[in-house]
Design a protein around this ligand. Structure first.
Ligand SMILES: [Zn+2]
Length: 96
């Protein structure tokens, strides 16, 4: 009787975040005996090669994202600016 009370709390000590246990790229299990290559603070890799590959993929996707997003935001901005000017102009004309 009462043995259930001793069980509480044990799970918290064994808990470890899963994202630190495997290589982000090849999902190989990372052991504490081997070097872990960190990238951007919290992304672990089993080797320099894996990390380098992820860095290159990130840079490639970032460049693509920046190019496409800057093009989009520019065109959107131009449209909204001309729309605003038109709206102001017609408003001014109507008042005058
Ligand atoms: Zn790896």
């Amino acid at each position: 009787m009462g043995s259930d009370a001793y069980y509480t709390g044990c799970d918290y000590e064994n808990y470890q975040p899963h994202f630190l246990d495997t290589c982000f790229l090849c999902h190989r299990t990372l052991s504490h005996n081997n070097d872990i290559f960190m990238y951007r603070g919290n992304t672990p890799f089993c080797s320099q090669e894996c990390r380098q590959e992820q860095i290159e993929m990130d840079e490639a996707s970032e460049k693509r994202f920046k190019l496409s997003s800057s093009k989009r935001s520019k065109s959107v901005r131009q449209i909204s600016e001309t729309d605003t000017k038109k709206a102001v102009r017609t408003g001014t004309v109507a008042v005058a």
